[in-house]
Write a protein that binds this ligand. Structure first.
Ligand code: T4K
Length: 410
C-alpha cells in the first residue's frame, strides 16, 4: 500500500461532493492561530493587570520590540496596533507621495495603505515562479510622480532585494517592503527586515507569529525610526508637546504578552510547519497538474503558507473546482489572492485596464490556492487533505459533473 492508498477515501464515490460524509468533522482553516504556552501567557497577563499599565509604550511592548529587533538583527523595531497601520505610518514617514509601484498579487492592505493617503498604487506584474514583484518590469512604470517601490515578500518568499535596491538608487526612490508574511524568514542568510529603507511586519492572528492583532516597522535607519515612533503616538514628545502630525498606532500590553509568548515557541512552530509541508509534498508528488510552490531556498523559511499551483488542463479540474472539493470535506482552502488587488475597488473602477499590464498576476490569481497549515493541522491531516486532492484528480470527470449538479460555489 503506498502513501496515497492509505489516505484517500477507498473510492472517489466517497468524496463529499458525491454525497459522502465530509472527511473532517471539525473545519480545517487556513490561518488558525499558532498559540504558545498558555500558562506563560496568563502569567504575563496577570502582570499586566497587577501593574495597571495597559498600553502606551509599556514594559511588555518594549520587551517585545527588543526581542524582535534582536531576532532579526535590525537596529529598530517599532510595534503597532496592526500591520496595515504600520504600513500607513511607514509610507508617511518615508515621505512617499504621488505614485508608488507595488504588486497587485498581494493582500489588499498593501495597496489600501497607499490609497488611504491619496497615493496612487501603480501595479507592477510579478515573477511567475517566485510570485514577487518582477524587477525587470518596474522601470517602465516610473513617471515624474513616482516616489517609491513597495515590494511584498509574499508567502515569506523574498523579493529580489538586490535588484530592487539598484533600481531604487538609480531612480532616487524610497524602497519599502511589506514583510507581513515573512517574519523569521532569511534572504541569502540575512533576516528579512534588513533590506531597503524599512520593512513592515504583521502579527495578525493568522500570521506565523501572532499578537492577536499587531504589526511593526523594522528599520536600520535611526532617524526614520524616531519619526515613526512620534507618528505612532500622535506626535507627542513629552506630556504637552506635539512636534509632528501623528495618529494612534500603538500596540497594547496584552498584544505584546501574546507576541512574547509566541516568540518563545517560534522554533516549535517552524518545525511543525516544516513537517506538515513535507507531508503535503510527499502526498502531492506526482499528481497531475498540481504543484507545491516553494521559495528558492527552504533554508530560513517559516513554512507559514502552503501554496499550490493548479494547471487546470493537466489536472482535469480547475483551481476553483479543487477548492470546492475541499470545502465539501470541511477543508477551507483559500484562493489567496483572488481576484488580484487591481480587480478590487477602488482600483477596478479607476484603472479598468490595468490587467492588460499584469499577465502573470492574472494567471496566478486563477491558479493559486492555499492549504491549511499551522499547529492546528497535523501531519495526518495533511495526508488526508492530499489524499482528497489525489482522489478528486483520479475521478476528475465525475467530480466536475458532480460539482455542476451541486452548483457548489466558493
Ligand atoms: N500585507 C499583507 C501581504 C498581508 O497579508 C496582510 C494581512 C497585511 C499586509 C495587513 O496586516 P494586518 O493589518 O492584518 O496585520 C487574513 C488576515 O485578516 C490578514 O491579516 C492577512 N493579511 C490575510 C492574508 O489573511 P482573511 O480575511 O482572508 O482571513 P480571516 O481573517 O477570515 O482569517 C482566515 C481564517 O483564519 C478564518 O477563516 C479562521 C481562521 N482564524 C482567523 C482569525 C482572525 C482563526 O481561527 N482565528 C482567528 O482569530 O484575511
Amino acid at each position: 500500500m503506498n502513501e496515497h492508498d492509505k489516505t484517500r477515501p477507498a473510492s472517489s464515490a466517497q468524496l463529499a461532493v458525491f454525497g459522502g460524509e465530509p472527511r473532517f468533522e471539525e473545519v480545517k482553516h487556513v490561518g488558525r492561530p499558532n498559540i504558545g504556552d498558555r500558562e506563560a501567557f496568563l502569567a504575563r497577563m496577570r502582570g499586566v493587570l497587577d501593574s495597571m499599565w495597559l498600553t502606551n509604550d509599556g514594559p511588555l511592548v518594549r520587551e517585545f520590540e527588543a526581542r524582535i529587533a534582536d531576532t532579526l538583527g535590525v537596529r529598530n523595531c517599532i510595534t503597532m496596533c496592526n500591520g496595515t497601520v504600520a504600513l500607513e505610518i511607514a509610507i508617511r514617514a518615508l515621505g512617499l507621495q504621488g505614485e508608488v509601484i507595488v504588486p497587485a498579487f498581494t493582500f489588499v492592505a498593501t495597496a489600501h495603505a497607499l490609497q488611504w493617503q491619496e497615493i496612487t498604487p501603480v501595479f507592477c506584474d510579478v515573477d511567475p515562479t517566485t510570485h514577487v514583484i518582477d524587477p525587470g518590469r518596474i522601470e517602465r512604470h516610473i513617471t515624474p510622480r513616482t516616489t517609491g517601490i513597495l515590494g511584498v515578500h509574499i508567502w515569506g518568499f523574498p523579493c529580489d532585494t538586490a535588484a530592487l535596491e539598484v533600481i531604487a538608487e538609480r531612480n532616487d526612490l524610497r524602497l519599502l517592503f511589506d514583510a507581513a508574511h515573512a517574519f523569521g524568514c532569511l534572504h541569502r542568510g540575512t533576516p528579512i527586515g534588513n533590506f531597503g529603507d524599512a520593512a513592515v511586519l504583521s502579527f495578525h492572528a493568522t500570521k506565523f507569529l501572532n499578537a492577536f492583532e499587531g504589526g511593526a516597522v523594522v528599520t536600520n535607519d535611526d532617524a526614520l525610526a524616531e519619526r515613526i515612533k512620534l507618528m505612532r503616538n500622535f506626535g507627542f514628545v513629552d506630556f504637552d508637546q506635539v512636534t509632528y502630525l501623528g495618529t494612534n498606532g500603538k500596540m497594547a500590553e496584552p498584544a505584546a504578552a501574546m507576541g512574547l509568548t509566541n516568540l518563545d515557541a517560534l522554533d516549535e512552530f517552524v518545525e511543525h510547519n516544516r513537517q506538515v509541508f513535507d507531508r503535503y509534498r510527499r502526498v502531492l508528488e506526482g499528481l497531475p497538474g498540481v504543484r507545491l510552490v516553494e521559495p528558492a531556498s527552504l533554508n530560513g523559511w517559516n513554512y507559514q503558507y502552503v501554496v499550490l499551483d493548479v494547471n487546470a488542463e493537466a489536472a482535469g479540474l480547475t483551481r476553483d473546482e479543487l477548492v470546492a472539493v475541499l470545502w465539501a470535506e470541511n477543508v477551507r482552502a483559500r484562493r489567496y489572492f483572488y481576484p488580484g488587488v487591481h480587480r478590487m475597488e477602488p482600483y477596478r473602477s479607476v484603472y479598468p485596464h490595468s490587467h492588460l499590464l499584469l499577465p502573470e498576476t492574472e494567471r496566478l490569481v486563477r491558479r493559486t490556492m492555499v492549504l491549511p497549515t499551522g499547529t492546528s493541522v497535523s501531519v495526518e491531516d495533511a495526508d488526508v487533505i492530499g489524499g482528497i486532492l489525489a482522489q478528486a484528480l483520479d475521478g476528475a470527470g465525475e467530480v466536475r459533473r458532480a460539482l455542476e449538479r451541486r452548483e457548489v460555489h466558493t
